[in-house]
Write a protein that binds this ligand. Structure first.
Ligand SMILES: NC(=O)CC[C@H](N)C(=O)O
Length: 378
């Protein structure tokens, strides 16, 4: 049930429960498990435009966090039995184990067009096995949900305690060797990065680790002084859910101090938006957002186009960046700002996801750029 009263009937799957949140769509063809476990989806029900979801089952490796923050999912086709050598369980069981409801048999093209034309609506996803729906009650729930604007969700998905991350990236060639799972176990340490966890995807931490960084992950509300007390060589600002302006209230002043410390700073997605806020820019809610694994972005500094993985519903407002901040990347879909850099300083960020998971690896060079900034410095 959408907030305007539109109903989409289908067959319930996953947990028999109900969730209210923003209904968005993701156009990725692969990687549904990584998408469902990306903490940036807190508060959202995900419509998959790709019709066959669940067909490769679920495993214990393709997860971006331990407990998914997404609210549920909307699918076109009914789930089939898993068919993949890496499948450890049925995706439906996996959804049930996290109390996540879903619906299949939905005309996802119609729903996607509705989101594209009208913006991402509030929706209520109800899986009621005996089919007795109180439609008025569902509709009222959509009216009572306040919307993502002004919502700070990062604090809910952030780690509660500081921890150290050492696992590197996954490679097929490493699987099955002496029972190995394919992850680079403990890459050599050459640098120390402190990552502010607003809802970090694990593959970001893995990419940093594989480039020789010991990563100390700290909670979202960590003070700048406490970040600096770890004596980092570089500071990373993670992705995360919710409205950057709301999250920024406590984190932005700290990020400002971190930028002033002169250390290299790299931000991804929510981290990018909050870096911009700390530099004096503004952010705003997008009409439908960018979610998928085929978004073309132009690197304005090289002229190169990269195909990127994206998941965001807010963006930096055009014209709000102060003097001294360069726009380095733009979306070739809508021209929106996709990357910034503080002129002449090792401080930069991107709106998209260079760690992919899922998606193309065109943008992995950004992790190398961060490490190069760190090495020049030291
Ligand atoms: N992936 C992210 O970090 C998302 C950032 C922010 N929550 C947005 O929707 O724009």
């Amino acid at each position: 049930m959408l907030s305007d009263g539109t109903l989409f009937w289908g067959r319930g799957l996953g947990a028999a429960t109900m969730r209210v949140g923003e209904v968005c769509f993701n156009t990725s063809l692969t990687g549904y498990q990584e998408i469902m476990t990306d903490p940036s989806y807190a508060g959202q029900i995900i419509t998959f435009t790709f019709p066959h979801i669940g067909n490769v089952g679920a495993n214990s490796m393709d997860v971006e966090t331990t407990t998914p923050a997404a609210l549920g999912l909307v699918l076109r086709a009914d789930m089939t039995e898993p068919s993949n050598y890496r499948a450890e369980r049925h995706f439906d069981d996996w959804l049930k184990s996290f109390d996540l409801p879903g619906i299949s048999g939905v005309d996802t093209r119609r729903l996607t067009r509705r989101i594209r034309d009208g913006g991402a609506p509030t929706g209520c996803l109800a899986h009621v096995p005996d089919g007795t729906f109180d439609l008025d009650a569902l509709w009222r729930k959509t009216q009572d949900w306040p919307g993502l604007e002004g919502m700070d969700l990062a604090i809910q998905v952030s780690c509660r305690q500081t921890y150290s991350w050492r696992e590197g990236t996954w490679e097929f060639a490493r699987t099955g060797v002496d029972g190995e799972d394919g992850f680079e176990a403990e890459p050599a340490i050459k640098r120390h990065v402190v990552a502010m966890d607003f809802g970090a995807k694990r593959n970001i931490l893995r990419n940093l680790a594989s480039l020789g960084c010991k990563v100390t992950v700290v909670p979202a509300d960590t003070k700048a002084a406490d970040v600096l007390a770890h004596e980092p060589d570089g500071i990373f600002l993670a992705n995360g859910p919710g409205d950057p302006a709301a999250t920024g209230e406590y984190a932005v002043p700290e990020i400002k101090t971190l930028v002033e410390s002169g250390k290299p700073v790299f931000g991804i997605c929510l981290g990018h938006q909050m870096l911009a806020l700390s530099l004096g820019a503004k952010t705003e809610k997008m009409h439908q957002g960018h979610r998928g694994a085929n978004h073309p972005v132009k690197d304005l500094t090289t002229g190169k186009v990269e195909i990127t993985s994206q998941n965001h519903g807010f963006m930096i407002s055009e014209g709000s960046l102060p003097e001294g901040v360069e726009i380095t990347h733009r979306s070739l879909f809508d021209g929106s700002i996709e990357g910034i850099r503080l002129s002449g300083r090792p401080v930069f960020s991107v709106q998209y996801h260079p760690e992919a998971s899922p998606g193309p690896k065109d943008s992995h060079y950004l992790f190398q750029r961060f490490v190069d900034f760190i090495d020049d410095k030291n």
